[in-house]
Structures are given as C-alpha cells and as structure tokens.
Write a new protein. Sequence first.
Length: 345
Amino acid sequence: MTNGLTYAQAGVDIDAGNALVERIKPAAKRTTRAGSMSGLGGFGALFDLKAAGYTDPILVAATDGVGTKLRIAIDTGNVDTIGIDLVAMCVNDLVCQGAEPLLFLDYFATGKLDVDQAARIIEGIATGCEQSGCALIGGETAEMPGMYHKGDFDLAGFAVGAMERGADLPAGVAAGDVLLGLASNGVHSNGFSFVRKVVELSGLGWDAACPFAEGTLGEALLAPTRLYVKQALAAIRAGGVHALAHITGGGLTENPPRVLPEGLACEIDLSSWQLPPVFRWMATQANMAQPELLKTFNCGIGMILVVAADRAEALTTLLAAAGETVIPLGRVVEGEGVIYKGSLL
C-alpha cells in the first residue's frame, strides 16, 4: 500500500505553525495588562473591561495594515520593526477617538511559513503593543501555498479600545483653538508606492548609502511609525484637548478636516517647522509640487492636537516632558479644509 498525501506535502506545515505559537508566547505575555484574561492558543481571546477600570465603557475598533512598506521589509530582510508600524497604524487612530487601546490581534499570511521570520515580525508587534499599553491577545497565522510569491507575506492588525460614555472625541472644536503638531520620524506607513517609485527613479538600491541620513536607504525608509498613544492619552486626561488627527494617507491636507465641524478650517503655517530631509530628498528627486507633497505625506507632522487656546501652553509643556517635539502649527479659523500660509519647500 502506498503512503497517502500529507498536508505538509501540499505545502502547509501544521508543526511549523505550532512551533511559532510556542515561540511567540513569551512576547505576547510581555504585553499583559489590566483586563487580560487568557493566553494564546484558544479559539478566541477574552478581555475583562471592568478589570481594566471601566464602569460604563464604549468600545472603539480600528483595523489597518502597513501597505507597500512591506515590500521594502521583504526585499531587505529587515522585518524586525514592521510589526511596530502595524500596531501604530491602528492604535494611533483609536486614540483620535479619545479611546485607550486595550487589545490587539494580528493576521499574518504567507506562502510558506518561516518560523524565524514570523517570530521576528510578531516580536515587533509585541513591542508596539508594549509601547502603547495594549495587550496582544491573539491572532492568525495563515500558510497559503500558491497565494504568495516565495518570501512574500501580508500583515493586518485589529485594535480595540474603550472610553467612558461621553468622553469621545472630537468634541468642542471652535474657532480660535490652537493646532499642536507632534513630530514624525520619517515617512511612517503611507505613500510607499510613491516612495518606491522615487527610489526606482533615483537608481539607488535599498542597500545604497542613504543620501539624507546615516545607514542604508532601506534602513532609513523602514524607520517605524511613531506611537503617540500614551502621550496623547495623558494630554486628553489633563484637559483642553478637543480633537486629534493622525496624519496618515492623504497627508496634512486631507486628515485634519476630518475632525472639524462644518464651517471651520485649519490654518497651518508651513514656515513653523523644517521639512525633514527624507521628504526634501523625495520632493527634489520627483520634482514634486508643494500641494502634492502635502497631500501625500505627513511632511514631518505625525499627529495634530486641536486644543483650547488657554490650555495650549500647559499641554505643550506636558507633551514635551513626555519626549515629544511639539510644533505650534496655527489655529482653527472660519472656512473650509486646510488653509496654508508660508512654504515648506
């Protein structure tokens, strides 16, 4: 009698998946927080809102990925920080609603599971969760031969947060409110299809010396998205924060108006900060017009807080003490969308 076909021969290694779960259990355990109830391995993950300190909570959920930044991580083999990007893209959005991120789940899909590579990615996710006070309570690893080219993978993240009823943002935004910008540390996780095109036009490889920073070009562009959660929550709890805008796809032009009531606009003075070298390099390489730059990238501002004018100074001090570079960008005025003054280029 001939031996029958096994699942492993079809390209799916159950044992590798089990080995990965065992490998990442310590990383997940590091993210345990008040409210965590169960470890990895069940059919679902439990979380106790009362134990997390909530009496009348509203849940807030967000999901995202890291886009084609994955392509650079895959091509360079530098996958250690892409998980931080994944967490940041979800939890930075949650905090804009006024919510504290509580739990995170990841979805990792690949053609053939490389346990070492997957463990490095999930270690990065755990680091992002630790830095934002969020428990990594579960996820899914999908090995799908025939769906992905060799070495390729995809990542998605799902975050759930909570706030007490009535504490949701935006709330109370009014003309005269001050815009406080928090510095980004690079491109974060948006606009990478454009980034990759610019790098292609430049003729440089990922391992080339970076023309605008130390190290290689690939390393510079993989700088992970900043996590603003703990700092933003501290500002919200201190009082005077009316809204927050995470500067993601759509850049400075598209995101701030999402938190404004009808009839109000953000007036931003572009001369109030220096355009970081990575954006200046790309703008030069691609001959980008300023409006295109502002609509595509964060341009050095990763998060904007809309705050009461009489709280701006105290909140700037609080955020600076938490390690933020705080830039007074302008004010909320009557009008529509974003009104720019000055120039970045």
